[in-house]
Design a protein around this ligand. Structure first.
Ligand code: DQA
Length: 144
């Protein structure tokens, strides 16, 4: 059976394509899902791709990944900068986790430079637009 990588997306990422295109580009989340599936398939993995605007739903999905997936790629979006709950959920995982962002969060407002997720992620990729997802999947697979 093909092993699965969970690719989880936090709040407002459903708006990609129309949301701040100067910052996030014009690629939609559906386009990114297609790119993620292609990259994972090339590497021999299936992808479970989800988005939620709700912190607790993301916690549930991280826990689900922990029992069903080979690894996790997550763009926690704004919860990156606020969520102890996501920190704790990722900390509890026995599978590798990669944090990704479309934008370079270190080149933006000061509040985006702090991440609650980075200390419990295996690695972080940011600043490569939609390619942060494909790079994140490749980086994750290198840990599997
Ligand atoms: C983001 C960066 C976050 O600071 C922001 O809140 C997002 C998107 C990114 O992918 O660049 O919603 O995670």
């Amino acid at each position: 059976m093909t092993k699965t990588i969970f690719v989880l997306n936090g709040p407002n990422l459903n708006l990609l394509g129309t949301r701040e295109p100067d910052q996030y580009g014009k690629t939609t989340l559906a386009d990114i899902e297609t790119m993620a599936r292609e990259t994972a398939r090339e590497l021999g993995y299936a992808v479970e791709f989800r988005q939620s605007n709700h912190e607790g739903v993301l916690v549930d999905w991280i826990q689900e990944a922990g029992t069903t997936a080979a690894g996790l790629v997550i763009n926690p979006a704004a919860y990156t900068h606020t969520s102890v709950a996501l920190h704790d959920a990722i900390r509890a995982l026995a599978i590798p986790a990669v944090e990704i962002h479309l934008s370079n969060v270190h080149a933006r407002e000061a509040f985006r430079a702090h991440s609650y997720v980075s200390p419990v992620a295996d690695g972080v990729i940011c600043g490569f637009g939609a390619h942060s997802y494909t790079l994140g999947i490749r980086a994750l697979v290198s840990k599997l």
